[in-house]
Design a protein around this ligand. Structure first.
Ligand code: SF4
Length: 342
């Protein structure tokens, strides 16, 4: 195993992709990148990362920013609780640590939004401390390397992953390199499909390669079948303005702006035109959007509004069309706006 740790670390130093958050060892941009990279691909994160750091270059600027500004810069990345928690975390660090990141796992896990993975990432990548990390990439590499046949979501296997990750990082000369190497290997070589085992620095001791199990591992719990929802969504226009409503507490995409929607009870009802007498309507391209285990089918309609609303809408406002794009919109609203504008 020691050989595998060394080979992997050396490989990382030669092959690491030049990503913008790897240019410094400042914990603040490392933290931002790690949070953005949860649930989001590297290529999609890069422009968001640059824009975010340009607007909020320091922990303090993030802590004192108006929340709508933070959400607006997150708009399109999805999982907005990440942005809200980043700001709460920045405020906590300003209030309790004078704007510095603590260097122990115990203290850093008290920061709102920082869990075991992010804590390990900040401590090892920024400060080169021997703290473990386990993300999806690391799980895939370990499941194959050790030939784990059980479902990886099981608590026993999750515990095993953390034990192994701690063991590997404790053996490394540079925890910073080793942790990033494990994630990099999963992202670029030990990929979900068609792993490139001939390029892998730990191929000599990999169980999956020796047994030909690469395609079968990791084993995952079968996914829940998604629940289909059918929505009609309205882009109300009056003069040069569009109507948007802000999602309230407890709603999906809390605090973000959306076009008003009404659920349709059936797929058949969903496909029909809205029956608003005397209001010209235009059907826009249908959209599909996934939230947790829900798959939302959206039929958007552009309605040229004259007078009163044909449906009841709360917490809404009119915005000039030019302004709408810069609002903190939900990802779904952004898709609908693009369909309306094209
Ligand atoms: S040899 Fe293949 S399956 Fe094993 S860790 Fe490397 S890339 Fe993954």
């Amino acid at each position: 195993m020691l050989n595998a740790v060394q080979s992997l670390s050396q490989w990382y130093r030669r092959k690491a992709r030049p990503l913008p958050w790897r240019e410094s060892q400042n914990p603040y941009p490392i933290w931002i990148s790690e949070v953005m990279l949860q649930q989001t691909q590297v290529a999609a994160v890069i422009p968001y990362f640059h824009r975010f750091l340009e607007r909020f270059p320091t922990l303090k600027t993030l802590a004192i920013a108006p929340l709508p500004d933070v959400l607006a810069l997150w708009s399109g990345l999805g999982y907005y609780s990440r942005a809200r928690n980043l700001q709460k975390g920045a405020q906590y660090l300003m209030a309790h640590h004078e704007g510095n990141f603590p260097r122990t796992r115990e203290e850093i896990e008290r920061v709102p939004g920082i869990g075991p993975y992010t804590a390990g990432a900040i401590l090892s990548i920024a400060f080169d401390l021997p703290e473990a990390i386990v993300d999806g990439n690391v799980q895939r590499v370990f499941a194959r390397y050790y030939g784990i046949q059980e479902e990886i979501e099981s608590p026993a296997i999750q515990k095993l992953f953390w034990t192994e990750a701690k063991f590997w990082v404790a053996k490394a000369k540079s925890p910073r390199d080793l942790n990033q190497a494990l994630m990099e290997l999963g992202a670029t070589v030990c990929t979900k499909s068609m792993p490139k085992c001939d390029l892998c620095p730990i191929q000599n001791s990999c169980t999956a390669l020796a047994k030909g199990w690469q395609a079968d591992l990791p084993r995952k719990r079968p996914r829940k079948k998604p629940v289909d929802l059918w929505w009609k969504t309205y882009v109300f226009e009056k003069g040069n303005a569009l109507f948007l409503k802000q999602n309230g507490a407890g709603e999906w995409w809390e605090g973000l702006w959306d076009f008003p929607s009404v659920p349709s009870l059936t797929k058949e009802g969903w496909g029909q035109e809205p029956s608003f007498p005397n209001l010209p309507s235009r059907r826009l391209a249908a959209q599909e959007h996934t939230v947790t285990h829900h798959r939302i089918h959206v039929a958007p309609f552009h309605i040229d509004l004259k007078g009163k609303f044909p449906i009841k809408v709360e917490q809404g406002e009119w915005f000039l069309k030019e302004k709408a794009e810069s609002l903190p919109l939900s990802s779904l609203a952004r898709k609908i706006l693009a369909a309306y504008l094209c």
